[in-house]
Each structure stands twice: as structure tokens, then as C-alpha cells.
Write a protein that binds this ligand. Structure first.
Ligand SMILES: Cc1cc2nc3c(=O)[nH]c(=O)nc-3n(C[C@H](O)[C@H](O)[C@H](O)COP(=O)(O)O)c2cc1C
Ligand code: SF4
Ligand code: SF4
Length: 364
């Protein structure tokens, strides 16, 4: 045990798209090191190398992640499931959430079920959960809104440092960090919003993955593919290669934020149209049409098989859309038209200001 702390060692596992969760983990790691704790930090990404976790009450495991769709990203859930089983090791979970500022007014983010889902998985694996915390950082969801002004970003980040440090100091001193009004509210809203979170994971995430395309500035450098944490980008093309987004994408926004040419866009009007085309209602109309015109009777409408077939249809529509956009946007005039009918062409890109692409290098 160290002078001030309950722990001798601490491992920080971090999932981060645009650097917010990485920044928060950095503040906490500094505090842990200042208390003489031996720490290590690793990114949760395609380069992650599994290690044995010391099964000891003097070892702390902390998981950091962004909130996606009011819950934890799927990659973090998978990662937590794969962590080695323990009996004594302590754990804490931190989710960053997207805060917005308009003039004097702050709109807080909502991490809802994020920290609780990861805690539950950790508890099932034998970890003793010491606390959870959500931290408001600037929202990075550039599919929905423009990156905020630098002054607002700085203000939000400054406000986030105090609760981050208070939380880790509490955990390192051996106290629990569960019981707070904030955690109570997040838990209740997390449960209420669970259907939306499940819908986001099954449908939203897959659709959003297919909305990215590149404008005329893309030079095929491949940085976006190299640094994608999920290996979700394929560089495709005969002479010149361009990025193609697969369903592995989790919309973490890293590629969009860090592309040196600001070449990655999202087409919201197409999203609106394709979400309708791929919806249950449209699928139902298509089946009705086939029934009346081809005389085939689909009897399994309420069954889970029917839902499954719709899901295949849903993925198929998005996949075909992405292939079509990939091909058509190679034609310069179509690329320009497509580009100038997006909202992202007007949006600022957001990245945590002190984070650079190099900070996401997990290769030792
Ligand atoms: C696809 C997506 C979904 C998001 N959903 C939420 C959400 O449900 N609640 C929230 O507060 N913030 C949400 N955000 C904002 C991020 O969680 C927040 O900005 C986070 O700090 C980003 O961290 P990172 O830079 O470490 O990835 C979302 C962002 C993205 C890109
Ligand atoms: S989108 Fe950006 S990072 Fe990716 S290949 Fe094109 S220019 Fe390079
Ligand atoms: S493709 Fe881009 S948005 Fe999707 S997971 Fe990779 S870096 Fe993140």
C-alpha cells in the first residue's frame, strides 16, 4: 500500500473517439501517480493486447468511455466481457457525456445506463465495484451538431476537471463512489431510456456507420483507416483508394475529427430518407405489395422470424446505400452536389484540444 492510497497498482483502460475520455483518464492517472501508485494506461482498440489482471484488493481497474445512445459503446461491453475473471480486484467506471453550451446556458449530457451496464458486467466477472462517475465534456456528436466554439470547449473542459479529480481521490482513499444524486438520476433515466439504448445498438449504430462519405478533398492518405479504433474503414478503389465505412463503425467520430483534409462528411437528408426506406412500415408496405401482386402469403408477421427478416432488409438497404454513395461520389459533379447538401459541410470539427492522433497510438 502507498502512503495515501488504498492501492499499489492501477490499470486504466480507455475507449475514446475524440479524446475526451482520454483526457479525463489522464487527469485521474496523474492523481494516482502522485500518490505513488504504479499505473498503466491502455486504449481499448484493435491493437489491445490482453494481459493477466492481478487478483488483489490492492489493484484497481478503471474503465473510461464515451456515452453512445445513452449507454456504453458496444466495443467497451465486448472488451469488459473479455477481461480476465478475478475475485478480489477493485474496479471503477467513468463515462464522459456530451455537454453543450449556448451563450450562458449549459445543456448537460446524459450517460444514463453507460456506467451501470459496464459495472454489471465487471461484477459478473468478479470485480468489486467501488464507484461510477459521469463527467460532462464537450459533445463530439458531429452528425447532430457543429463542434462548439473554442471558448465554450475550454470552459466545459475546465469545469470537468474538478469532479474527475474528486472522484478518483475518493476511490483511491478506499471510499466508495456510488451514492450521489447524479448517479441516482442517471440510473433512473438509464432504465427508462433502455429501449432507446437497445434500439440505438441494434438499428441506430448500424445506420449511422453507413452515413459517412468523403468529399473532393480526400487524397486517400489512409490515416482514417489506420487510426480507426475498430478497424471499420476499408481503403477501396483501383487506382486511387478511398475510405469505405463498414458496419464495424461505432460513430466514435475520430476519423471525422482528425482527417487532415476535413474530407469526411455525413449526409443528414439522405439519412432521413434511408431511415424511412429501411423502416418496418416500408418493409410492411413492400410485403403487402408482393402479397397482392404476386399472390404470396406471408403468414409469420408477428413472429421473431419476421423481425429478423426485417433486420436483414434493414442492413441490406443501408449496405446498398453505402455502396451507391461510394461509387457515385467518385464522379466529381455528384460529389460536389452531395457535399454541399450536407449540414456537416458547415459544421466545425470537434476534438479535445490537447489530444492529437499520436495519442491514440496503442502500439508499444
Ligand atoms: C454516436 C454518438 C452518440 C452519443 N450519445 C450520447 C448520449 O447518449 N449522451 C451524451 O451525453 N452524450 C452522447 N454523445 C457525446 C459523447 O458521449 C461525448 O462527447 C464524449 O465525451 C465523447 O468522448 P470521446 O471523445 O472520448 O469519444 C454521443 C456521441 C456520439 C458520437
Ligand atoms: S478521409 Fe481524410 S484521412 Fe481518410 S484517406 Fe481521405 S484525406 Fe486521408
Ligand atoms: S470509422 Fe471513424 S467513426 Fe467509425 S469507429 Fe472508425 S474512427 Fe470511429
Amino acid at each position: 500500500m502507498t502512503m495515501n492510497s488504498h492501492y499499489q497498482t492501477a490499470s486504466f483502460y480507455v475507449s475514446s473517439g475524440t479524446g475526451n475520455s482520454l483526457k479525463v483518464s489522464g487527469w485521474m492517472q496523474q492523481i494516482a501517480e502522485s500518490q505513488g501508485i504504479k499505473t498503466q494506461r491502455q486504449l481499448i482498440d484493435k491493437h489491445f493486447q490482453e494481459q493477466e489482471i492481478a487478483d488483489s484488493e490492492e489493484n484497481l481497474v478503471c474503465i473510461f468511455m464515451p456515452t453512445h445512445g445513452f449507454t456504453a459503446p458496444w466495443s467497451v461491453m465486448k472488451f469488459t466481457f473479455r477481461l480476465s475473471r478475478v475475485r478480489k480486484t477493485h474496479a471503477a467506471v467513468v463515462a464522459t457525456q456530451g455537454r453543450l453550451q449556448f451563450g450562458k446556458y449549459f445543456i448537460p449530457g446524459l450517460s444514463a445506463s453507460s456506467t451501470f451496464i459496464i459495472s454489471l458486467i465487471l461484477a459478473l466477472k468478479g470485480y468489486r465495484i467501488r464507484g461510477v462517475q459521469s463527467i460532462n465534456m464537450p459533445s463530439n456528436w458531429m452528425a447532430l451538431h457543429s463542434g462548439q466554439k473554442q471558448a465554450n470547449i475550454q470552459r466545459i473542459i475546465k469545469k470537468a476537471q474538478i469532479p474527475s479529480e474528486q472522484f478518483i481521490i475518493k476511490i483511491l482513499s478506499g471510499k466508495r463512489g456510488w451514492f450521489s444524486i447524479l448517479n441516482g438520476v442517471e440510473l433512473i433515466l438509464g432504465l427508462l431510456l433502455l429501449p432507446i439504448s437497445i434500439g440505438y445498438m441494434i438499428y441506430g449504430k448500424e445506420g449511422l456507420a453507413k452515413l459517412f462519405f468523403v468529399n473532393h478533398r480526400c487524397n486517400g492518405c489512409g490515416l482514417c483507416a489506420d487510426y480507426c479504433p475498430n478497424a471499420a474503414i476499408l481503403m477501396s478503389g483501383k487506382k486511387q483508394k478511398y475510405p469505405f465505412w463498414t458496419f464495424k463503425c461505432e460513430s466514435c467520430m475520430r476519423c471525422m475529427a482528425f482527417c487532415p483534409e476535413k474530407a469526411i462528411e455525413i449526409h443528414q437528408p439522405a439519412a432521413y430518407f434511408i431511415f424511412h426506406l429501411s423502416s418496418f412500415a416500408t418493409f410492411f408496405i413492400i410485403l403487402k405489395f408482393i402479397e397482392t401482386h404476386l399472390g404470396i402469403d406471408f403468414q409469420c408477421r408477428d413472429s421473431s422470424l419476421f423481425r429478423f427478416v426485417h433486420y436483414i432488409y434493414y442492413l441490406g438497404v443501408w449496405f446498398l446505400y453505402s455502396i451507391l454513395v461510394f461509387r457515385l461520389t467518385r464522379i466529381p459533379i455528384i460529389n460536389r452536389i452531395f457535399n454541399y447538401t450536407t449540414l456537416t459541410v458547415f459544421y466545425r470539427r470537434y476534438q479535445e484540444p490537447t489530444t492529437s492522433l499520436r495519442d491514440f497510438n496503442n502500439r508499444e
